[in-house]
Design a protein around this ligand. Structure first.
Ligand SMILES: Nc1ncnc2c1ncn2[C@@H]1O[C@H](COP(=O)(O)OP(=O)(O)OP(=O)(O)O)[C@@H](O)[C@H]1O
Ligand SMILES: [Mg+2]
Length: 500
């Protein structure tokens, strides 16, 4: 048995209105992957932020190699050999990939930053994570999956003894997860101690050695990673979950969303499909297949060059979000921080962002009505909060995502496009969201769901459309969609379209 490198004893942390950690113990060994498991808001990120110097505990101790240590700053953590990949990325969007990878310690020659050397180092790091990317590219132009891989590369550069990864796979697809796991295994075999947070239970047995379960800010169990999923769920949620994908299909009605011949040069081409009232249509594909781009174009967040979008028979002007929303279209974007939330505002305000217009009576905003509706949807989604007045910035990652979804549920749109809706959401809360999707379609709404989580797309869609390299390459009815059939389509080579 390898030795203990890091030990956490009785950590407590209080924020205004919440006791985030209420006595947490953790024991981490060299050469192990230790999974932290817990519901949204259980305290996982708070715990690791105390190991990385972002927060300071109110009570409790952190021991490294048996010695109590103070981790007051990120610099302390780095000196102690602790590197962290945060759930909320720490990249600077305005800077290039190379600059981000060199942050803090760019190579210098004669006192000047040695750009050539910086790019060479960046390429080496990108190679390690299997990312074929020009280091001169600005971070802000990358999709979220590639940002995550850059973030991982950045942490690898620190050659840490303890590597903490807060939901690194949340935004990755299967092939990227495979790549990440091979890196993690290699580091583990070199003796690095790894803390790994994930809401994807199937990953635990694949990559983990031991699991510490957090519930309501307390560590409630430490079990081997090959513990049955049912048992892990019971430990984290406190009750078993009967049906992970409770889809109840409806008889489809008229076409509410019609997309014909949609194309944008260099991005996607000739995309045509419809979503009918009562339907959930899934859009599957690899990262870079063009799913998010198509969704954003439909919603008017980006332009398109050819084709047409109609909602309930009426054509939408291209590139006009307001017209799209007025026509009854909604989009839950994949990047909640950049596009879905006002982080400095409170939960009630965020939930009201889309509905504010409707809630006004004779020019006055019906604040109490709005608050009531917000309270209801926050309750349905089980948002873990100190109250509707809590700033969204201070919610846990999964609870922020619930607010993004809640905002659109309140808006009562006729067609809702969900781009990675359950990213970062715990297993129990996922089922609540699926049930809300069911109630949307039961009342005649249409849902287009993009998801990289294959079991979810397959489990919740009535039909699955598959995109590859900017084109729709196939459609599978619910009964024929399996991981294999979807993946076989997703890797289709399409002639004459863009290469990433
Ligand atoms: N800066 C803060 N101010 C106030 N409350 C906070 C702050 N940071 C975290 N919290 C609260 O502490 C609790 C634990 O949050 P934490 O982010 O650790 O959860 P988590 O287990 O990482 O959840 P998730 O799976 O959603 O990422 C939550 O109730 C959250 O709202
Ligand atoms: Mg978290």
């Amino acid at each position: 048995m390898s030795e203990e490198i890091l030990r956490v004893e009785g950590l407590r942390k209080r924020f205004p209105g919440v006791l985030a950690l209420d006595g947490v113990d953790l024991s981490l060994r060299t050469g192990e992957v230790h999974v932290l498991l817990g519901e949204n808001g259980a305290g996982k990120s708070t715990l690791i932020k105390m190991l990385s110097g972002a927060y300071h505990p109110d009570e409790g101790r952190i021991l490294l190699d048996g010695q109590p240590v103070e981790v007051r700053t990120a610099g302390d953590a780095q000196r102690l050999g602790i590197a962290t990949i945060y759930q909320e990325f720490n990249l600077v969007p305005e800077l290039t990939v190379g600059e981000n990878l060199a942050l803090g310690r760019p190579p210098r020659r004669f006192g000047f930053i040695d750009v050539k050397a910086m790019h060479r180092q960046a390429r080496e790091l990108l190679d390690r994570v299997g990312l074929d990317l020009d280091p001169r590219r600005r971070i802000g132009t990358l999709g979220i999956a590639r940002m995550q891989m850059v973030e991982i590369a950045k942490a690898l550069a620190l050659n840490a003894r303890v590597l903490i990864m807060d939901e690194p796979t949340a935004v990755l697809t299967t092939s990227e997860v495979d790549k990440l796991f091979s890196i993690v295994r290699q580091l583990r075999d070199e003796g690095v101690a790894i803390v790994f947070i994930t809401h994807h239970l199937e990953e635990i047995a694949q990559i983990g050695d031991r699991v510490t379960v957090l519930r309501d800010g307390r560590s409630v169990a430490e079990v081997p990673a090959n513990t049955a999923e049912d048992e892990l769920v019971r430990l984290m949620v406190g009750r078993p979950i009967d049906q992970q994908y409770p889809r109840e299909p409806e008889q489809p009605g008229r076409a509410l969303l019609k997309v014909s011949g949609l194309g944008r040069r260099g991005a996607f081409d000739d995309v045509s499909f419809e979503v009918r009232a009562g339907e959930v249509v899934g859009l599957a594909g690899l990262v870079g297949a063009g799913r998010t781009e198509v969704a954003r174009a439909i919603f008017g967040a980006d332009r398109y060059d050819t084709g047409e979008v109609t909602v309930d028979g009426r054509p939408l002007p291209a590139g006009d979000i307001h017209a799209a929303m007025a026509a009854g279209l909604g989009l839950v974007p994949e990047d909640r921080k950049g596009q879905g939330l006002v982080l400095g505002a409170d939960i009630a305000e965020n939930l009201g962002l889309v509905t504010l217009g409707d809630a006004s009576h004779g020019g006055f905003v019906d604040r109490s009505g709005q608050r009531k509706a917000a309270a209801k949807v926050a309750g349905q989604l089980g948002v873990r909060m100190s109250g509707l007045g809590q700033e969204v910035r201070t919610l846990s990652g999964g609870n922020q995502q619930k607010v993004v979804i809640g905002k659109w549920l309140l808006a009562d749109v006729s067609v809702l496009i969900l781009d990675e809706p359950t990213r970062g959401i715990d297993v129990g809360a996922k089922v609540e969201i699926y049930q809300l999707i069911n109630s949307l379609t039961a009342s005649g709404h249409a849902v287009l769901m993009i998801s990289s989580d294959l079991p979810e797309v397959i489990g919740m869609s009535d039909r699955v459309l598959v995109m590859a390299r900017g084109r729709l390459v196939g459609e599978l009815p619910a009964g024929e969609a399996t991981q294999d059939t979807v993946m076989a389509l997703a890797v289709t080579e399409v002639e004459g379209t863009r290469v990433q």
